[in-house]
Design a binder for this molecule. Structure first.
Ligand SMILES: [Cu+2]
Length: 298
């Protein structure tokens, strides 16, 4: 797991514990209304944020991500409501459940290229909400005079944190590309075999030379049909080919294989760069059927 993701998860954990601790410590001074507000906000933001992260990490397994996110959201709302009473518990647990469910769904559905940004946005929203919540608690019952509790100081700290946080590297584990860079049988020839199954490509990271004709064989070893599409790569297409090539224009490379079949497509990539390839069968890219093809200048 990347360090930035650890920072995010630890940040969520510490802030949640901080709010819960404050609720326990000041429980005698908290009215039912305030307590309900605290548990509701905390349950909802924890559920949502954790839900989005789990939805992304466990992409393709909406059941587990939803269940886990709901449990964590409910736990946060429950614990924040516990010192106050049953009304706050109910409010917090339900908000946590709803947040977890919605977050997991959003995480599952978001396109791969936006996953990183979404986690960042959710985490910063989380911190923003916690700051507002804490300021509310401060006005209602904490009434601390300490300088760090001043809204302005908190906002400055928050902005400094945003700057630092955005310096951190990618949040998304890149296990796919790491795993497959070892068995790199793609560099060798102009014949590239990419295996497809449910739901991944192997190798998912591959390199080809610009200006050289390449043949990609899509070897579908799975149980359902798959395809491979590269968008945005300027190519010179070959006239001849197998029946399953649906060539739209010279910026789309598309090859389709039924279960257990092999189909190939030949083309000459012209522009160096990194291109994403995906399976366009509905739901497959969301489940992890994508990869990177690098065109290296010769
Ligand atoms: Cu597929």
């Amino acid at each position: 797991m990347p360090n930035s993701l650890y920072v995010t998860l630890i940040g969520i954990f510490i802030l949640t514990i901080w709010i819960i601790w404050n609720t326990i410590y000041h429980r005698k001074k908290i009215t039912v209304m305030t307590g309900m507000m605290i548990s509701m906000v905390l349950g909802m933001v924890v559920g949502l944020t954790i839900g989005v992260i789990l939805g992304i990490l466990l992409a393709g397994d909406l059941f587990s991500s939803t269940l886990l996110a709901m449990i964590i959201g409910i736990a946060a709302g429950f614990l924040a409501g516990l010192p106050i009473g049953l009304m706050a518990i109910l409010d917090g647990a339900l908000a946590g459940m709803m947040g977890g469910m919605m977050g997991a769904m959003l995480g599952e559905m978001i396109a791969t290229e936006h996953q990183d940004t979404l986690i960042r946005v959710m985490f910063l929203l989380f911190i923003g909400m916690i700051i507002i919540l804490y300021q509310m608690m401060q006005q209602e019952f904490i009434k601390s005079k300490a300088l760090v509790n001043h809204p302005l100081v908190m906002i400055i700290l928050f902005v400094l944190f945003i700057v630092g946080y955005n310096q951190l590297g990618s949040l998304i584990p890149s296990s796919h590309s790491l795993k497959n860079s070892n068995n790199n049988h793609s560099m060798s020839a102009n014949n590239l075999v990419i295996q497809a199954d449910e739901y991944s490509f192997s190798p998912s990271h591959t390199k080809i030379m610009a200006g050289e004709r390449v043949t990609i064989t899509l070897d579908n070893i799975g149980e359902v049909e798959h395809d491979l599409e590269i968008k945005g790569m300027i190519t010179e297409m070959m006239e001849s080919g197998t029946s399953h090539i649906h060539q739209k224009d010279n910026t789309i490379v598309h090859v389709h294989s039924m279960a257990g079949e092999k189909q190939e497509i030949s083309f000459t990539p012209l522009t160096p760069g990194k291109y994403r390839f995906t399976c366009t069968i509905p739901g497959h890219v969301e489940s992890g059927m994508f990869g990177i093809i690098e065109v290296i200048s010769s």
